[in-house]
Each structure stands twice: as C-alpha cells, then as structure tokens.
Write a protein that binds this ligand. Structure first.
Ligand SMILES: Cc1cc2nc3c(=O)[nH]c(=O)nc-3n(C[C@H](O)[C@H](O)[C@H](O)COP(=O)(O)O)c2cc1C
Length: 197
C-alpha cells in the first residue's frame, strides 16, 4: 500500500471513517460435493461475475479433506487442510453456500470446519451464509447449524439467507440470483455483524 492510500482494516473500512470502496477478498466455500450442485454453481457464477480482480477465490478441495480426529491434528496438516487454512488466512471475509442435509449442514462441511477449531483461522473472520434450495422456506436448518458452528469458532456471521433455485430455472434467472447474492455479500461483509443467535 502506498502512503497516499487511506488506512483500512482488512474488510474495506477506513480506519478513520466510513466504508471505502477498497476491494474485499472473499473466500467462497460450497458445502456440497454433488457434481450438479446448485450451491457450487452459484459460487462459480459469483466468482466469474465479480468485476474486481481476485475478489472471490473458490475453495474446491472439500472432497480431499480427511475425517477430522484430534490425533491427526498432532501430525502435519494434510494438504487440503493446509490449503483451506491458508486460503482463510488470505481472505478478508468468507461466503459459504450450503445445502441442507437431514436438518443440518452436510457432514463434509462440518468436518472441514472441525479442522479449524484448533488452528483458529475463523476467529474474527466475517462470514456470510447462504443456502441455495428449491424453495425459499428451505435451508434454514442448515444455515442455523452452520451459524452455530461459526459462532463457536469466533466468526461473526454478517448475513444469512436462503435463495430459491427452483428446478428448471433459466440461466438468466440464475445469473440474477448470483448477482443478488454477491451484492448482499459485499454489503454485509463491509457493514458488519447481523445477530440471529
Ligand atoms: C441426503 C440429502 C438430505 C437432504 N435433507 C434435506 C433436509 O433435511 N431439508 C431440506 O429442505 N432439503 C433436504 N435435502 C434437499 C437439498 O437440501 C436440496 O435439494 C438442495 O438444494 C441441494 O443443494 P445442492 O444442489 O447444492 O446439492 C436433502 C438432500 C439430500 C441429498
């Protein structure tokens, strides 16, 4: 940063005043391993639609994260875990898009988050939670379980909502949904904490 740049905290707020238009680096994580996942597709469209260079990085190694065990924590971190931790350290904020499985977040996502309890990368990391579901009243159990886990790790949840992705939705409508999620995410990460606890 050169001396003429305004001081800002990592989320894009001026140290001395209101939010500035500084880029925010967002790590996007999908909680679904499904090849045709609407949550993963949403994050891909958001990444590709982001106009600011490097604004969104998509973590794509969820499937490579081994089952968590405290024993394994005493060994060198598996590559996918090390990659997730590094990506989180590098990010100003996080966007997690997850389906609901059996009334909660998918086990693969919870497993990945368990690897972060001891290492602490989520501590004070602002997070936006979204669930892409076939209808707007779905996904809230997944979001609630995810929100609880994030707060337990010290991550402020700035926003949490479901977006409806009905079967057979057009590409144009899906792109509009993605645009809306990106806008809400940017705004929430800069504005700060929403508290639904
Ligand atoms: C194993 C499994 C369990 C599910 N459990 C629920 C559930 O408890 N509540 C719900 O609303 N939807 C449930 N669903 C539906 C998914 O959450 C929903 O279709 C979601 O949009 C899938 O997201 P994806 O396309 O990103 O994989 C379940 C789907 C699967 C495969």
């Amino acid at each position: 940063m050169d001396d003429s740049s305004p001081a800002r905290d990592p989320i894009g707020k001026s140290a001395t005043g209101p939010a500035v238009d500084a880029p925010v680096k967002i790590l996007a994580i999908s909680g679904s391993l499904n090849g045709s996942s609407s949550n993963t597709a949403l994050l891909r469209v958001i990444r590709d639609a982001a106009s600011l260079p490097d604004e969104i990085a998509l973590f794509e190694a969820l499937d490579d994260i081994p089952h968590f065990s405290p024993d394994r924590e005493r060994e060198p971190a598996p590559p996918a875990v090390a990659a997730l931790r590094a990506a989180l350290r590098d990010a100003d904020g996080v966007l997690i898009a997850t389906p609901e499985y059996a009334g909660g977040m998918p086990g693969v996502l919870k497993n990945a988050l368990d690897w972060l309890v001891g290492s602490g990368e989520l501590y004070e990391k602002r997070v936006v939670v979204v669930s892409a579901a076939p209808s707007p009243e779905r996904g809230h159990n997944a979001r609630e379980s995810l929100e609880r886990t994030l707060r337990m790790q010290g991550a402020p949840v700035c926003e949490s909502f479901t977006v409806a992705v009905p079967h057979g939705q057009t590409e144009a409508a899906f792109a509009e949904t993605a645009d809306d999620v990106l806008m809400r995410t940017r705004r929430a990460l800069v504005a700060g904490v929403y508290d639904n606890a």
